[in-house]
Design a protein around this ligand. Structure first.
Ligand SMILES: Nc1ncnc2c1ncn2[C@@H]1O[C@H](COP(=O)(O)OP(=O)(O)O)[C@@H](O)[C@H]1O
Ligand SMILES: [Mg+2]
Length: 243
């Protein structure tokens, strides 16, 4: 579904831009100062190759959300370097960050983040509206995305009329709306029961294969870790394992 010169993904031999999708070097982030300072990240380095699904694991407070927010341009680091899809994130101003988040990154959050008064289809269409995609093109793409996540028949329902798993699938469809290069998901199954969580993670897994997208997913669910190409473990603001 990503608009590329020809075909899809690595299997069809599409030439991707050179370099890793995400490069993080010696990332540091301290919240507050003085006696109350929290050193959330103490020098984190890792890469995510194009087309990879990388899981970030670690107990609560280990720094997972901080890493994702920095990579996604939602927060600024105190030190270190972040490159996403060849762009130096730290070097971007507000406009550049806005464009990065809108055009190249799709976010999925634990709490779904859907707009309650909008239907599933309208929620998926929000990123397309922000880019002023014409109505007909928007509707076609929304239908394609909803069928990709298996929810075309629920297009007209509002989030409150959908199960948690269905809401998260809508959120995945919305995250894919603008053909992002990178999906960032912060404990996307944290509010779901085990089976539903597995369905959502399998969807992310399938999307990474079929849509030429790369994903960085924070989770501590072992069932989900098994679906990742690689697992990074954070402990007290440092990567302790890269397996
Ligand atoms: N806005 C904030 N202000 C102060 N401390 C924060 C803030 N956000 C996170 N922290 C602290 O930074 C550390 C890492 O948090 P976080 O990245 O949310 O970890 P995780 O997502 O792995 O649970 C924790 O000690 C947390 O309390
Ligand atoms: Mg977190």
């Amino acid at each position: 579904m990503r608009e590329q010169p020809s075909g899809h993904g690595a299997a069809s031999g599409v030439r991707e831009p050179a370099g890793d999708m995400v490069v993080v070097e010696d990332l540091r982030r301290t919240y507050g100062s003085g006696d109350t300072a929290v050193h959330a990240l103490r020098g984190v380095s890792f890469t995510v190759a194009r087309g990879e699904l990388v899981a970030l694991r670690g107990r609560s407070g280990s720094g997972k959300t901080t890493v994702l927010n920095l990579v996604g341009g939602l927060d600024a680091p105190d030190g270190g370097r972040i490159t996403v899809d060849g762009t130096d994130v730290a070097g971007l101003g507000e406009d550049g960050l806005l464009a990065l988040r809108r055009d190249r990154i799709g976010f999925v959050f634990q709490s779904f983040g859907l707009i309650p008064v909008l239907t599933a289809a309208e929620n998926v269409g929000v990123p397309l509206r922000l880019r002023k995609v014409p109505a007909r093109e928007r509707e076609a793409r929304v239908s394609l995305l909803l069928s990709l996540v298996g929810l075309l028949e629920h297009a007209g329902q509002r989030p409150g009329e959908l199960s948690g798993g269905q809401q998260q699938r809508v959120a995945v469809a919305r995250a894919l709306a603008n053909n992002p290069a990178l999906i960032i998901a912060d404990e996307p199954t944290g509010q779901l029961d085990a089976d539903t969580g597995l369905t959502v993670m399998n969807l992310l897994r399938a999307v990474v294969r079929s849509e030429s997208v790369t994903a960085l997913v924070a989770t501590h669910d072992t069932q989900l870790l098994a679906l990742a190409d690689r697992v990074l473990e954070l402990r007290d603001g440092r990567i302790v394992e890269d397996a």
